[in-house]
Design a protein around this ligand. Sequence first.
Ligand code: AMP
Length: 119
Amino acid sequence: MTYNPDNVFAKILNGSMPCNKVYEDDYALAFHDINPQAPVHVLVIPKGPYESMDDFSKNAPVDLICGFFSAVGQVARELGITEDGYRMLANHGADANQEVPHFHIHLFAGRNLGMLLPR
Ligand code: AMP
């Protein structure tokens, strides 16, 4: 697949769409999910044109991979969710029902999140 530069997170990154920002550095941008599934539901996206975890892990430069995952941890600390706990999740592709084709990590927190997968 080819990265679609018109996807909603690309537009947030280039400033043509707004977001409710919680964190930004050279490698990552984090903002509140528009349709939260937990009391805290934040998305962290890398600053680069990667459509999913597969693309990112295969094609992103090492400094971006390191900077991005470091930023995810920093976002969690700044949100104050490390003590009670949080879940991080990334959907890749059709079986995971990935909706937005720009790699992103969901951070969920603020209540007991139950089992990982519904049965
Ligand atoms: P995924 O299924 O992993 O691709 O998740 C995409 C997520 O992006 C969903 O949780 C949506 O609610 C969220 N989302 C879609 N558009 C926006 C937006 N403009 N601002 C914030 N979150 C969004």
